[in-house]
Design a binder for this molecule. Structure first.
Ligand code: MF3
Ligand code: CO
Ligand code: CO
Length: 290
């Protein structure tokens, strides 16, 4: 990783000489951190401009679907109807819904209602009803590039406590996004999220995490949304990953149903989740699924 001659073209594909591009961050910032024992990302996790552009194009589909669903989600709608829309919109725009057939997942998106933490399977038998809160999670592949985002939707009028959970979870996601700073550890993200959840006595899910994304569906780094005892991988400009906290009204603990996907709260109370795909930049981060 560090044997490049200073006058060679930079490994990132910028076309600049290494000494005018990544040399400074590689040698003067990352090497000392590495010596101090911080895990630093392998170079394959640092994406080039072309790859980032590809993720942004993919994200246009993901975001358009999430936006359209804001108007579509109504009491009486089945989650299969949501899935049908997601599949058609994605394919009509040249994309592939990443969840479909992913490790045997049978549908094109995840629809997680009320006590479902994540990975709810759309079904013609499942009707949204007034007062439900539902997370719809969309991952699109376009020209090989993945973008992953999810939002909460309130079905008709929901209770104040459900609304509070939805809003606080969104606040958690944005606080996590604000904690993305180059050369800081990924663990900063979970630390700020956990502090907010604690104020409300909410549980922070530990079994599912954010993840590197872009050229694969799930890659390093692992992005824990809960408090860490020690710093984890250093964030470096060019890394792309998701921040997708799942916050529970009660216990953080969950369990998986017999379908091997649906992950629900152990105590039957509500769970909420919001997700964005972000790019680490020189001065913070850029949300790619805006
Ligand atoms: N989109 C989910 C995530 O945020 C993963 C869903 S995997 C599936 O990582 F197979 F359930 F679709
Ligand atoms: Co994700
Ligand atoms: Co997702």
């Amino acid at each position: 990783m560090y044997r490049l001659s200073r006058n060679d073209k930079c490994w990132c594909g910028s076309g600049l000489k290494y000494k005018q591009c990544h040399e400074k961050s590689d040698e003067r910032i990352l090497m000392p951190l590495k010596r101090m024992g911080y895990p630093i990302p392998p170079r394959r996790l640092l994406l080039n401009k072309e790859q980032i552009q590809g993720i942004k194009e993919s994200a246009k589909i993901t975001v358009a679907i999430l936006d359209t669903l804001e108007e579509m989600v109504k009491p009486g709608m089945t989650t299969q109807e949501i899935d049908d829309f997601v599949h058609k919109y994605t394919v009509d725009n040249g994309g592939i819904p990443a969840p479909l057939n992913y490790e045997g997942f049978p549908k094109s998106c995840c629809t997680s209602i009320n006590d479902v933490i994540a990975h709810g399977i759309p079904s013609a038998k499942t009707k949204l009803k007034e007062g439900d809160i539902v997370n719809i999670d969309i991952t699109t592949i376009l020209n090989g590039y993945y973008s992953d985002a999810s939002r909460m939707y309130c079905v008709g009028k929901v209770s104040d406590e459900a609304k509070q959970l939805v809003e606080v979870t969104k606040e958690c996601m944005y606080a996590g996004i604000d904690a993305v700073k180059p050369y800081r550890p990924v663990s900063d993200i979970g630390n700020v999220i956990h502090d907010i959840a604690d104020k409300y006595n909410y549980g922070v899910v530990r079994d599912l995490c954010g993840h590197g994304v872009g050229i694969n569906f799930h890659d390093d780094p692992l992005v824990e949304h809960y408090r860490q005892k020690r710093p984890t991988m250093i964030m470096v400009p060019g890394m792309v990953f998701t921040i997708e906290p799942m916050i529970n009204q009660g216990t953080w603990r969950g369990r998986t149903l017999a379908d091997n996907w649906t992950f629900i709260t152990q105590d039957g109370r509500l769970s909420a989740q919001w997700e964005h795909t972000v790019l680490v930049t020189e001065d913070g981060c850029e949300i790619l699924t805006k």
